[in-house]
Design a protein around this ligand. Structure first.
Ligand code: HSE
Length: 431
């Protein structure tokens, strides 16, 4: 017999409103999938009287979390209040009340995912978070279910729309970092306080979730090396163009010989790499696995309706599990012992920009230093600076280890012909 399945929402911001809109607009599609209708039973808000864009009966709204969490009529709770501590407390209470939870909260899952999954499992509840990475891109289930039989070796992602927008404007319009950020803020992509986005923390949290799923190992936020885009100079992006390289903030998760590396940093990619064509606020995740080879997931990484589709996919999965009586089987089951890749096994190419004294033998001594460390150059550019007293030298190395490259940088600092190491970046994707 058809029944009405009731969901509760914690929060009614942009994403929560998107969830309600999809439930209203796509009820027929949802009913075809489930054989049941879905209704919104209760919604936790801060202010019941606030004017909202969506139509919702005021009787459904409450300011008391218990009206959602301990409500016998509610089967599934959608957590979209964000933040960490309050959301975590609500979730733990909800599991104790045997509620299934769907969340978009990447910060919470990255920091407390294992604890919450344990609580969910102990209570026979589902905990899903498809919307936590890549907004509307159907990504997490593709990795955990679609590629379940494969062995994922590498995940490279543009998982932050704000920084991708800023880098696109710097690259295509020659805007400074500050101007591009102001533009992103005016358009509503970047927050008034953009620190978590521009310093790479938002991307790092998403990469923790992707790495856990891809490598089935318990990666934590502290394992991720993070560098943002706030110190980028337009000069490097201009050199990148001359070298057919595009600068992206790349979340990188790599597994080689059971060692795992997860990092976020501005990275040069060849313009021919699929991630180079991902522009503006879009997100994309490139995956390389043994059997499937290369595959890429692309789409809107944020926004109310796109993110709500990801939430609703989890809601439908949870309801299907309820109908089958199989809730409590979590998306992530970390099972391999974590071994982090040491710097000597982190292999990539590097871009390096130097200011050197423009005198006889200057380049030869730099080249000799790299020779001694068996680092060869793939590309070299040299431009006169300061009326010819200095030269700006840009090189792209062939593959070498991070430790070897870092030691070369230390030695460069001691060379009398080197005025300054201006910048260096990882180069990925077979430049
Ligand atoms: N601040 C995020 C971004 C929003 O810019 O991608 C989605 O997590």
């Amino acid at each position: 017999m058809e029944k009405e399945i009731s969901i509760g929402l914690l929060g009614l911001g942009v994403v929560g409103s998107g969830v309600i809109q999809i439930i209203n607009d796509h009820q027929e599609e949802l009913q075809h999938q489930l054989g049941h209708t879905i209704k919104v039973g209760k919604v936790l808000v801060r202010d019941i009287e606030k004017v909202r864009d969506i139509k919702i009966d005021k009787n459904v709204l409450t300011t008391n979390p218990d009206d959602v969490i301990n409500n016998d009529d509610i089967d599934v709770i959608v957590e979209v209040i964000g933040g960490i501590e309050e959301a975590r407390e609500h979730m733990l209470k909800a599991f104790a009340a045997k509620k299934h939870i769907v969340t978009a909260n990447k910060d919470l899952i990255a920091l407390h995912g294992p604890e919450l999954e344990k609580a969910a499992q102990e209570n026979g509840c589902d905990l899903f978070y498809e919307a936590s990475v890549g907004g509307g891109i159907p990504l997490l289930r593709s990795l955990s279910a679609g590629l379940v039989s494969d062995r994922i070796n590498q995940v490279m992602g543009i998982v932050n729309g704000t920084t991708n927008y800023i880098l696109t404007k710097m690259d295509e319009d020659g805007q400074s970092y500050e101007d591009a950020l102001a533009d992103a803020q005016a358009l509503g992509f970047a927050e008034a306080n953009p620190t978590a986005d521009v310093e790479g923390l938002d991307a790092a949290r998403k990469m923790v979730i992707l790495a856990r799923l891809s490598f089935l190992t318990d990666v934590e936020l502290d394992d991720v090396e993070v560098e943002g885009i706030s110190n980028l100079s337009i000069a490097d992006l201009e050199y990148g163009k001359k070298l057919d390289l595009t600068m992206k903030l790349i979340g990188f998760a790599n597994r080689r010989n059971n060692q795992v590396e997860v990092s976020v940093q501005p990275t040069f990619l060849p313009i021919s790499h699929p991630l180079s064509s991902v522009k503006n606020e879009y997100n994309a995740v490139y995956v390389n696995a043994d059997a499937v080879g290369e595959t890429m997931f692309y789409g809107a990484g944020a926004g109310g309706l796109p993110t709500a589709t990801a939430i609703m996919s989890d809601v439908v999965e949870t309801i299907k599990n309820m109908l089958l009586g199989v809730n409590g089987n979590q998306l992530i089951k970390p099972s391999f012992t974590k071994e982090l890749t040491p710097p000597e096994n982190k292999i990539s190419q590097f871009y390096l920009r130097l200011h050197v004294k423009d005198e006889i033998g200057a380049f030869a001594s730099i080249s000799e230093l790299f020779n001694q460390r068996s680092i060869s150059f793939e590309r070299i550019l040299q431009t006169p600076k300061n009326n010819g007293s200095l030269a700006e030298v840009v090189v792209v190395t062939h593959l070498t280890s991070l430790s070897n490259f870092q030691e070369a940088l230390e030695q460069l600092d001691e060379l009398s012909v080197v005025k300054e190491v201006k910048s260096y970046f990882r180069v990925e994707g077979d430049a």
